[in-house]
Design a binder for this molecule. Structure first.
Ligand SMILES: CC(C)(COP(=O)(O)OP(=O)(O)OC[C@H]1O[C@@H](n2cnc3c(N)ncnc32)[C@H](O)[C@@H]1OP(=O)(O)O)[C@@H](O)C(=O)NCCC(=O)NCCS
Length: 153
């Protein structure tokens, strides 16, 4: 259960300088983390990259690719020590607002079937399954499918 967040998280555009911290968190919370180049490319490409600050310190980040009528959620992450406090939900709500402000009518994402925490967050948010990408992700000892989810905004 996520109580009202105190203090409320604040959101700001990700800067190159944030990648030092991001690259500390990313391998702590993913088995197959994004690389520094992945984040640099996202910033260079003009993707909508955000940092969430809690009490003045970074606690999460997200990357959205905005297109005509839709937004693709490429990365949503909460630092391990800050998880299960409602911050993932706050972050996805922020990203929904960004996408709506851009005119997107739906948000899409891929998720590993084995990622129970993320799937529970997406299920409770309103995402619906619309497809499967076989062998989409690298996995320990092979490949893992991706579930494709859609959220009507
Ligand atoms: C997925 C993630 C962003 C959730 O962030 P979080 O701040 O822990 O999530 P919240 O506290 O806002 O929880 C929101 C809901 O998600 C679900 N949830 C979150 N963590 C969960 C867990 N470990 N097990 C089961 N459900 C979980 C619950 O339904 C929860 O609602 P509730 O607290 O009312 O029960 C976080 O676990 C994370 O960064 N994981 C590693 C990166 C990742 O996998 N990103 C997604 C890639 S597709």
């Amino acid at each position: 259960m996520s109580a009202a967040l105190d203090p409320r998280p604040r959101f700001r555009r990700m800067q190159v300088q944030d990648l030092v911290w991001v690259m500390q968190i990313e391998p702590e919370i993913y088995t197959h983390p994004w690389t520094l180049v992945n984040f640099q490319d996202a910033l260079l490409a003009g993707y909508s990259c955000w940092v969430m600050d809690c009490a003045g310190c970074p606690c999460g980040y997200g990357v959205l690719m905005l297109g005509v009528g839709e937004a693709h959620l490429l990365n949503i992450s909460v630092a391990g020590a800050s998880q299960r406090r409602g911050l993932g939900r706050a972050l996805i709500e922020h990203l929904r607002g960004v996408a709506q402000g851009y005119g997107a009518e739906r948000m899409l994402l891929e998720v590993r079937p084995s990622n129970a925490a993320a799937r529970a967050l997406y299920d409770s948010t309103g995402f619906m399954p619309i497809g499967l990408r076989p062998g989409y992700y690298p996995a320990c000892g092979g490949r893992e499918d991706a579930l494709v989810l859609e959220w009507a905004l």
